[in-house]
Design a protein around this ligand. Structure first.
Ligand code: RET
Length: 312
């Protein structure tokens, strides 16, 4: 959409972009050739997609809490993490659907041969996504790490790398200069490769000593995760980086990915978990019983043991 701009608007956008001013005098600066300004926002289609996913996240989150209540507290770790992931998803989609988790950000889309700005595009950035991902992707990874039985040191590195990946992705989205944006993107991709190494490679190593069924399950769900998660930087590169997809397209693709990564992943994990509860971690101590009678907090390590009353 092209909206003819008043000079003050062009000046405001140019200032946001920190474009060089042409006047070196103490007089008010002017921009001699007013750049064209286009706005890229969502239409009704994108807006509706956000509401649909918001409702789906709310319903799955409720379903996950109900599933959590149906297992003994020692076995609820995966259920609670999964439910929290869906709750954060609901909150961020609610923020985006109500326009609160969005901001407009300008970028230079056309320059003359001499470097003068000819066209500026102001595109909506859905920053609530990054808040959501910075909380939910570490939780999702934690589930995979616990499933595989990866050691604490590798888990910490994987989770911190993951947060770095999302935050540098956020910096990339808000970069004023395209080259700088791709620089942040490259850092985020390196962090992602480290996540894949920690969880994929170390996970395969850790799981190799475990039962056949759980090995097959980890193989399948980690492959699903790898393929799905790899789609995010690809979509980001095409939509947010190269601006080759409009805002509606971006909303719809991320919506599908988020439903798969939170909803489908969650149901798959919890339904399978309940079938093989005997082989998965149970948490005792403070997690299950709170503070002891003598006032001490018992910190029980995650253990793999069988709860005879509930296992099948
Ligand atoms: C960004 C852009 C920068 C480069 C990389 C990215 C990776 C994002 C990923 C997101 C996963 C999100 C999930 C959400 C669940 O609801 C930040 C897009 C590597 C992997 C699983």
């Amino acid at each position: 959409m092209f909206i003819p701009q008043e000079i003050p608007e062009a000046t405001r956008v140019a200032t946001m972009l920190r474009l060089p001013k042409t006047s070196h005098t103490p007089l008010p600066t002017v921009i001699p050739d007013i750049p064209r300004i286009y706005y890229q926002t969502s239409s009704e289609v994108g807006h509706r997609a956000l509401w649909v996913v918001c409702v789906l996240m709310a319903l799955s989150s409720l379903a996950f809490y109900v599933m959590a209540m149906r297992v003994p507290v020692q076995k609820r770790l995966f259920h609670i993490i999964t439910a929290l992931v869906a709750t954060f998803g609901f909150l961020s989609y609610y923020a985006m659907a109500t326009d609160d988790g969005i901001t407009s950000h300008p970028y230079v889309s056309e320059r003359s041969k001499h470097g003068a700005v000819i066209e500026i595009v102001v595109r909506d950035i859905y920053w609530a996504r990054y808040v959501d991902w910075s909380l939910t992707t570490p939780l999702l990874l934690l589930e995979l790490c616990l499933l595989a039985g990866i050691n604490g040191a590798s888990i910490l590195i994987a989770l911190v790398s993951d947060v770095i990946m999302i935050l540098t992705g956020l910096f990339a989205a808000f970069a004023r200069d395209e080259a700088q944006g791709w620089g942040w993107y490259a850092i985020a991709c390196i962090a992602y490769l480290n996540v894949v190494y920690q969880v994929g490679y170390k996970g395969r190593h850790a799981i190799s000593t475990r039962d056949n069924k759980i090995r097959a399950f980890f193989g399948a769900i980690s492959l699903f995760t790898l393929l799905l998660w790899t789609a995010y930087p690809i979509v980001w590169g095409i939509a947010n980086g190269a601006h080759r997809v409009n805002v509606d397209g971006e909303i719809i693709v991320y919506a599908v990915l988020d439903v798969l990564a939170k909803g489908v992943f969650g149901f798959w994990l919890l339904l399978t978990h309940d079938k093989m509860a005997r082989m998965l971690p149970a948490v005792d101590g403070f997690w299950s019983h709170g503070i002891s009678h003598d006032g001490s907090i018992r910190v029980s390590l995650l253990t793999v043991y069988s709860l005879r009353t509930t296992d099948n």
